[in-house]
Design a protein around this ligand. Structure first.
Ligand SMILES: [Zn+2]
Length: 379
């Protein structure tokens, strides 16, 4: 097993090198590859993918944002799609492109926050310019909703937007499976008296791993469940695994590899690598994290029992595993990551798409959460 992972890391390394080479030798004009948009109620991301890095300036003029490029990117053919995507937005009114001024214009309905940054080529993507428009008013809404009569379960659907997660042989995207299961989990949780499920991601858009942790805090989640689907080079690998954050390093080389892979999400999905990293590193040093890992372990134990009690779900690993998943680094919300099944195994890819299997996994998780709440939590 260990050799396989070393080989994998090597392949990953080589692909990074070759990506680096293509950028060095890319000559000629910058050409447009694609323009994608990922709207949500909280923020809307526009990604402009090109063969070379885009140089830009931007300015806010009244209720408009002008993003001016150094060269004409011929974005106009995407404008209809972009506008269709934001037709229900309560903060973006219209998107236009001026060929003459080489400028992308966002007409706004209200005050927003804008972040623009470049991402180096990674994975299947070439150079990307990311324009994030954040709806400022949702922040206030989240704070208002913080009354706490419930046991709040933060539900994190892994990946999203530019980051598809693992992709199955039949073309199934991990990000779609995790979202479907997350929605089912919320539905089931909401039906239990005294419980409330809150979705960290409720559509096909990207949230950085750090922001997922922060959102769980803002939503006053009592626990955080991160849902994923596993993948491995060995195509018959199968079953579910339950993970918590490791106190120091991962419990095995394969877990380290898996955590690195899941943590790549921020690079593929396109996070602006924030100062928060050092902030989180400091938190890692803190004693509270150790105590939170203990609580996470209790939660993971109950979920593991829930899964084992269901005869239709195979276990990949019989015990709780630990690894350095960034999304589990909350200092106070007990957090568990579940690799529901292997999307890289064709048999399990079919299961992951099957509504009945999704229901079973969700039921097992809910059973575990209920037991944890009964035994471990005094509200
Ligand atoms: Zn994943």
């Amino acid at each position: 097993m260990f050799n396989i992972y070393i080989k994998f890391l090597f392949v990953l390394f080589v692909s990074f090198i070759s990506l680096a080479n293509t950028t060095v030798y890319a000559k000629g004009n910058n050409s447009l590859v694609d323009v994608r948009i990922w709207p949500s109620t909280e923020s809307t991301r526009t990604t402009i993918e090109t063969t070379k890095e885009i140089k830009f300036t931007h300015e806010k003029v009244g209720k408009k944002i002008n993003v001016k490029f150094n060269e004409n990117l011929n974005i106009e053919k995407y404008i209809i799609n972009l506008n269709n995507a934001v037709s229900n937005s309560d903060y973006i009114k219209k998107i236009e492109y001026s060929n003459k001024n080489k400028t992308l214009i966002y007409e706004l309905r209200k005050d927003i926050e804008i972040t623009i940054f470049n991402i180096e080529p990674i994975h299947k993507y070439k150079h990307r310019l990311v324009i994030d428009i954040k709806n400022n008013s949702t922040k206030k809404k989240i704070v208002k909703e913080k009354k706490k009569p419930y046991f709040i379960v933060g539900i994190d659907a892994g990946h999203g937007g530019e980051d598809p997660g693992a992709i199955g042989e039949m073309g199934t995207y991990e990000k779609d499976i995790t979202l479907a299961m997350a929605k089912k989990l919320k539905e089931k949780i909401d039906k239990i008296d005294g419980f409330k499920g809150v979705l960290i991601r409720d559509g096909d858009y990207f949230i950085s791993l750090y922001d997922r942790v922060e959102k769980a805090h803002k939503l006053k989640a009592n626990i955080l469940i991160s849902i994923h689907a596993d993948s491995a080079e060995y195509k018959y690998a199968e079953g579910s695994s339950v993970y918590i954050l490791s106190e120091s390093g991962a419990s095995s080389a394969s877990n380290k590899w898996l955590a690195d892979k899941e943590n790549l999400s921020d690079l593929i999905g396109g996070a602006k690598i924030p100062k928060k990293e050092s902030y989180l590193k400091k938190i890692l040093m803190d004693m509270v994290l150790t105590s939170n890992i203990k609580k996470s372990k209790k939660l993971a134990e109950k979920i593991l029992v829930g899964i084992k009690e269901n005869d239709n779900i195979e276990m990949h690993k019989n015990n709780i595993e630990d690894a350095g998943f960034v999304v589990l680094k909350s200092p106070k919300v007990p957090s568990v990551l579940i690799e529901t099944a292997f999307i890289s195994n064709k048999k399990e890819e079919k299961k992951l798409k099957d509504k009945k299997f999704q229901e079973q996994i969700v039921k097992a998780i809910v059973d575990g959460i209920k037991k944890y709440k009964e035994k471990e939590v005094d509200l």
